[in-house]
Design a protein around this ligand. Structure first.
Ligand code: G3P
Length: 219
């Protein structure tokens, strides 16, 4: 399962990329509003840095507007993925953009039917929001992910499942066990993923034993 960062902050994105933690980025209007003063400039920085999918969301509410914004965004860089919400105009726009070989990520997916519509629109990614559902009813986000995985495999659907709205490190493990293709993760969770107290304790002991041994490596 690939990991993406769910952020619009170029500093977070650069750190996560340099640490080798991520292979793509998902942004959304709320993340942009939180971290950006100049969004076009930040997107330019992100696109210069990341050689992998970068989802940028449209903000138009009409079919024509989404197609126009999506087409313009796709021209910024070959790595741009146009993020479109799972609303009726969105599915139409996604179908149109996908028919022109523009990569689309259908976002705000909360039902299997939305995920089926996304697949029928021919999009590259669908993003079920696990955390927002789990907060309403325990594990319902994971249940949705299972249903999408099962239905997509029944029909050999090529749309990739991008698990979003991640709340804790354990959600990533659950998404991987269910079979998400990608998980997009906030920076604060990403940077903690490598740590375990037994790894630290074990390494301290290895190094103490090594220093006391007087041995050297065969290099
Ligand atoms: O970027 C889409 C999604 O991951 C947002 O998650 O934390 O706003 O529920 P959240």
């Amino acid at each position: 399962m690939q990991l993406f960062i769910d952020s619009a902050d170029p500093i977070e994105i650069e750190n996560a990329y340099r640490l080798g933690l991520i292979s793509g980025v998902t942004t959304n209007p709320s993340l942009a509003a939180k971290s950006s003063q100049d969004y076009p400039k930040d997107i330019e920085k992100i696109l210069r840095l990341i050689h992998g999918p970068v989802s940028i969301e449209t903000v138009a509410t009409t079919y024509e507007g989404m197609v126009a914004e999506g087409t313009a965004l796709s021209r910024l860089n070959k790595h741009v993925v146009v993020k479109i919400p799972c609303v009726s105009e969105g599915f139409m726009a996604a179908k149109k953009l996908s028919s022109h070989n523009i990569a689309v990520n259908m976002t705000l997916c909360f039902t299997l039917n939305q995920a089926l519509l996304a697949a029928n629109a021919g999009v590259l990614f669908v993003s079920p929001f696990l955390g927002r559902l789990n907060e309403i009813e325990r594990n319902s986000g994971f249940e949705l992910l299972k249903k999408i995985k099962q239905a997509y495999s029944n029909y050999n659907i090529k749309t990739k499942i991008l698990a979003a709205s991640i709340r804790q490190a354990e959600d990533i493990e659950t998404a991987a066990l269910i079979g998400a293709d990608i998980c997009t993760v906030p920076y604060n969770i990403l940077i903690g993923l490598s740590a375990h107290p037994l790894t630290k304790k074990g390494l301290d002991k290895f190094l103490t034993d090594w220093k006391g041994s007087g041995l050297s490596l065969p290099v």
